[in-house]
Design a protein around this ligand. Structure first.
Ligand SMILES: NC(=O)c1ccc[n+]([C@@H]2O[C@H](COP(=O)([O-])OP(=O)(O)OC[C@H]3O[C@@H](n4cnc5c(N)ncnc54)[C@H](OP(=O)(O)O)[C@@H]3O)[C@@H](O)[C@H]2O)c1
Length: 335
């Protein structure tokens, strides 16, 4: 009887000790991790700082003492000029069109020549564009433009700057979107670009782990009202791009409805960027950045966390059973 009790106690102690050891190991590891309390001596490069998330992150990291290399598409534009005006002398505006190899190489030379003593700590791949259209309303060029900026732009920038970030055992941050996994009507080109971006970031994370470089993905939801990302277009704008064959299929009235619906949905989004900027700051400065930051409302969080794991028949049904999809089906081929 006694020996059974003894064995029982041993069996009970093993998992508890394992959990305690695990927690202790995590505590030690956390203590050992490099901390960036303030940015003094470190540099960061952010792409797409003319407006939106990039612009605001650049200001925050400047306040935290980082040397900020703020990549701007238009270094003489109002966004870049106001950023320079509102920041310290540690913030440097760089001309950086991420679709241009020449710009990226020139930016790299400038960064290397002006690196502070602790090197390049982080690259935030933020530059991006968006648009909305059904796949059949789009041209190959529409897809190419989107992918050139959102995907190849980040890959080009990453390949150029990785050696510097690796030397600092720093951070690579990628601004993706919920549309990387939430495949819905009208977002085909954008989704392709962001899903590709996440595939790149996921592969990079595995490769960089052995160098001590951490890779994070930021997945904002609807912040269209809070930045300059939205490209306004009416049903007529889309209609005029369609050829005669497509005009027979996609009804003009539906295009107007789709356009109104899109604008209304965007207006329902977040009006300020705090949640995204906080996540970006965490990814850059926390000793334990997350792999992914999903930035949607508390109510939507459960749905978006579940969505990637739902069977396709259910994820498709989310759209095919919606009111707009019904309207679309009704109006297809209608005169
Ligand atoms: N806002 C949202 O709801 C939302 C949601 C999910 C993901 N995102 C992502 O968040 C990132 C930042 O977007 P945002 O919302 O802050 O929009 P934004 O205000 O338009 O900022 C995007 C920035 O990228 C710049 N840019 C465009 N093409 C570029 C290029 N070829 N090279 C370098 N820079 C370029 C833009 O310059 P210009 O201003 O001169 O065009 C702008 O400064 C993007 O990757 C976007 O996909 C945004």
């Amino acid at each position: 009887m006694n020996s059974i009790l003894f064995i029982g106690q041993i069996i009970g102690i093993i998992p508890i000790s394992a959990v305690l050891l695990f927690l202790l190991a995590k505590l030690v590891a956390r203590h050992r991790l490099s901390r960036v309390h303030d940015g003094r001596g470190y540099a960061v490069l952010i792409t797409g700082c003319d407006s939106g998330f990039g612009h605001q992150l650049a200001r925050c990291l400047d306040h935290k003492g980082f040397v900020v290399f703020a990549g701007c598409l238009s270094p003489e534009g109002t966004g870049a000029l106001s950023l320079a005006r509102q920041s310290s002398r540690n913030l440097k505006i760089l001309k950086l069109d991420v679709t241009s190899e020449e710009d990226v190489q020139q930016a790299k030379r400038t960064v290397q020549e002006n690196l502070p003593e602790k090197g390049l700590w982080a690259v935030v791949n933020n530059a991006g564009i968006t648009d909305w259209a059904e796949i059949e309303w789009s041209t190959f060029e529409d897809f190419r433009n989107m992918i050139d900026v959102n995907l190849f732009g980040s890959i080009r920038t990453s390949i150029a700057f990785l050696p510097l970030v690796r030397a600092a055992k720093g951070r690579m941050v990628y601004v993706s979107s919920i549309f990387a996994f939430f495949n819905c009507l009208n977002m085909g080109a954008y989704s392709v670009s962001k899903r590709g971006l996440e595939a790149f970031a996921d592969c990079l994370r595995v490769e960089m782990a052995s160098f001590g470089v951490k890779v994070s993905i930021i997945q904002p939801g609807n912040f269209g009202q809070a930045t300059n990302i939205l490209r306004m277009k009416s049903g007529l704008d889309i209609w005029e791009k369609l050829d005669e064959e497509r005009k027979q299929i996609f009804n003009r009235q539906y295009l107007e409805l789709a356009s109104e619906y899109f604008m209304l949905t965007c207006k329902a989004g977040f009006k300020d960027t705090t949640m995204v900027i906080d996540a970006m700051l965490h990814a850059v400065t926390s000793p334990q950045p997350k792999f992914r930051y999903l930035l949607v409302s508390v109510l939507d969080r459960f749905f978006f966390r579940l969505f990637p794991f739902m069977p396709t028949i259910l994820t498709d049904a989310v759209f095919s059973l919606s009111h707009m999809y019904g309207k679309r089906k009704e109006l297809l081929y209608a005169k």
